[in-house]
Design a protein around this ligand. Sequence first.
Ligand code: 5CU
Length: 364
Amino acid sequence: MPIVDIHTHVYPPSYMELLKSRSTVPYVRSIPPTNSPRLFVLPSEDPPSTTSTGRPIGPEYYDISQKIAFMDTHNIDISVISLANPWLDFLHSSGAAAAAEALNNDLSATCDKFPGRLFAFGALPMSASIEEIVSVIKRLSGMKYMRGVVMGTSGLGKGLDDERLNGVWAALEETGQTVFLHPHYGLPKEVYGPTGGEEYGFVLPLALGFPLETTIAVSRMLLSGVWDRYQGLSVLLAHSGGTLPFLAGRLESCIAHDGKLLREGKIANRRTVWDVLQKNILLDAVVYSEVGLKAAVDVAGADRVLFGTDHPFFPPLEKNVEQERWPSVTTNYKAIKDAFGPGEMEKVEGVLGGNAVRLLRLEV
Ligand code: 5CU
């Protein structure tokens, strides 16, 4: 059974040029004394503070031969690549659709250079009109290597419970494309303390802000009835669904006990959180622990959890020739193996690749 990485990002060369040309986040800038390029990407990095230094960005982000080398080092047979955050969200509406078309063509040509090894989730022009977004979705559905779309949590600017997104969900459902839902915006930095948590590097926004952002976005989709209206809509959640596997019971109970929802007739004929988790939600296995992985499997099912790496983010901090394999990847491999018993090899193989091949139709 092949090993498939469904959570692996790129910033294609043209996107890198865009990042280098900008002076507000997201941007790439060379910082003295080394003058090597650094990426400033999170909203909390804008405006840059005196202590903010971004993170190093090198060819592992834009040179596809480095992705293939990374795959070979980690025994990964197939990768489903996606543009990294913040995708095309920050573009002005006038050029967004054309930028999405160009970027998706670029991703597709990259996949074509490595047939059978690369597939992709396309990018959407979320600042464009609904008609333009739907037209990109329809075009993606006919592209050989595209298997869905990558999307952030802001939607058209007001979140994913926005009724204006109905046409987008309908087009994704109709064309059978998976939405890879990934965080970027985090939480307001005040929640991390008076300094915004800066003294702790990126730990709070990445370890907590990202997963909570995903949890809130999906909860709003559930509460607004997205999956009651689009019962075939499939959404793959980054980072094993944030905290959703742990909080699903509480979310369901709070819905069932809410007087306002009862009065508005929104409780009786809805699909439960559990039903949506089991039928419409796929979870990646980027959770770095057996405990988290088991929770993901418990709520979504072992046949709906999919291995990922988050490459090229989270490289080893110390370059060590003895340690070619990235601990951020081996931790997830170990969690998958440890989460299942000795007689459950089939489930391990499913999470490592079989589920992705089946659910994303990864045959050329
Ligand atoms: O380190 C980071 O900021 C990130 C990011 O921006 N996106 C991601 O997927 N992982 C880490």
